[in-house]
Design a protein around this ligand. Sequence first.
Ligand SMILES: C[S@@+](CC[C@H](N)C(=O)[O-])C[C@H]1O[C@@H](n2cnc3c(N)ncnc32)[C@H](O)[C@@H]1O
Length: 329
Amino acid sequence: MNAQAATAQLGVQQLQDLEPTLEEFEAAVVAGLSATQKTLPCKFFYDAAGSVLFDRICKLPEYYLTRTELRILDEQAPAIAALLGPQASLVEFGAGSASKVGLILSRLEQPFSYVPVDISRKHLLAGAAGVARAFPGLRIAPVCADYTQNFALPAAASAAPGALGGFFPGSTIGNFTHPEAAVFLARTREILGPGAVMIVGVDLQKEERVLNAAYDDAAGVTAEFNLNLLRRINRELGGNFRIGEFEHAARWNEAEGRVEMHLVSRGAQSVRIGNARFEFQAGESIHTENSYKYSIASFQALASDAGYVPAACWTDERQLFSVHALRVP
Ligand SMILES: C[S@@+](CC[C@H](N)C(=O)[O-])C[C@H]1O[C@@H](n2cnc3c(N)ncnc32)[C@H](O)[C@@H]1O
């Protein structure tokens, strides 16, 4: 039985499938590797293997983000449920394995539906199935889509008698530049509509040593996650990257206020992808991800610029991570 048939058996509604095509993936890769500073979009980290590697990252001792956010959500779930009210619908952007939403769903009064949105289809369906098992009877309508593009909310969400809630945990917002984050937030505000509440997990600025370790763990899982993007290009686009000829690097960029991940070419080399060829100098990098770190005030200012009204902000005692509630006026 395939993943979709298995989730259907659990009562999960038909997948809305807007997964980016191979042509879109190829066009993004060729454009990124043709730039002066070579880049690859981080959204393509998440094929089935990349999503599994990300879940392993979340359990690493250096990756304080997940456990800290889970603790804040656990403590504040009653307050979040009070903001949403009865018969609400939750739309989770970048749901992945949907390991955090249960904390909120279990506190909601008669939750109406759950709409997980993710670019990684297999992982999305497995996450939806997990939520279906934990919350029998809840309407679950998964959407496989790139959330930076337009998609329609399934009827399961738009028909909710109660409020619409957005949920964007994991500090995934940090993967956007500030202007991109503002565009994304404005898009979610449009999708969710007046009266909705958006819950966003945002990592906070802190010591460089702690940040660099979180993105370059001792066990090398983040390195594997980063290198998996080259494996994916080889497999799906007929590339010939020699994986051992690239090295993972994570660097705090003080001027930009972000941790950057790169794949650094160990030597001068040439790489073919389909009919295209790319030359690398020794030490030249492909910039694969940004993780911007915010202060509470700087994130609230960004959210306000995007048309939200900050309603609440919760942190842990060490101020490592923040969870924001934003209201659509
Ligand atoms: C940093 S992980 C966070 C996963 C999970 N929400 C958490 O908090 O642990 C980012 C998630 O967003 C998904 N994602 C990344 N870019 C995306 C995009 N442009 N559109 C849809 N999903 C995306 C990934 O597949 C992944 O599941």
